[in-house]
Design a protein around this ligand. Structure first.
Ligand code: VGL
Ligand code: ZN
Length: 197
């Protein structure tokens, strides 16, 4: 069984959004077209409470895209984005959400960020997605979405480490590319055995 996993195709990651990724809206129509080829479609949604600890606004003297050290390790500080219930947290209006079997939300704990769809940024707290996929007999994943160097990259590495057969369709992703983060993400994916297509 094969699943298409669509990472964070939300208004805040598209042009005009709070953490806009260039060309983020360009991948929506081809992702919709791909959905029919899969046994299952899973969407993820970045879903932060207001005042989330990953927001630069919560750290005195810090600006977006600076780093801080959290108890779980280094963390990039972001502009406020994907606040639960806001328009920015909604899926892009063009995304075919009716085809989704599961929508998994992440980043909802105030004190910890979650880039990966499988584990929060402590690399230990599970989101539940692994159990869902395994109990449905799904072993192969194709991953697409935003952003390639953060949530797609971390999700793909975790999935490969968990033993799923992983392909990332780079043409159906867009990257933030912060200080070489795209090159790092690609290396990490290749090292984990992810097929970059
Ligand atoms: C993401 C930064 C912060 C992503 C989410 O979806 O790649 N990036 N939150
Ligand atoms: Zn986020």
């Amino acid at each position: 069984m094969r699943a298409l996993v669509v990472i964070d195709v939300q208004n805040d990651f598209c042009p005009g959004g709070a953490l806009a990724v260039e060309g983020g809206d360009k991948i929506v129509a081809p992702i919709n077209a791909l959905m029919a080829e899969f046994d299952a479609v899973v969407l993820t949604q970045d879903w932060h409470p207001a005042g989330h600890s990953s927001f630069a606004s919560q750290h005195a003297g810090k600006a977006p895209f600076e780093m801080v050290e959290m108890d779980y390790g280094p963390q990039v500080l972001w502009p406020d984005h994907c606040i639960q219930g806001s328009d920015g947290a909604d899926f892009h209006p063009g995304l075919d959400t009716t085809r989704a079997d599961l929508i998994i939300r992440k980043g909802f704990r105030p004190a910890i960020d979650s880039y990966s769809a499988f584990f929060e940024n402590d690399h230990a707290t599970p989101t539940g997605l692994e159990g869902y996929l395994r109990t449905r007999g799904i072993s192969e994943l194709v991953m697409v979405g935003l952003a390639l160097d953060f949530c797609v990259g971390f999700s793909a590495v975790d999935a490969a480490k968990l033993g799923f057969e992983l392909t990332v369709r780079q043409d159906l992703c867009r990257a933030i590319d912060l200080d070489g983060s795209l090159a790092v993400a690609k290396t990490n994916m290749q090292d984990a055995g992810v097929t970059l297509r």
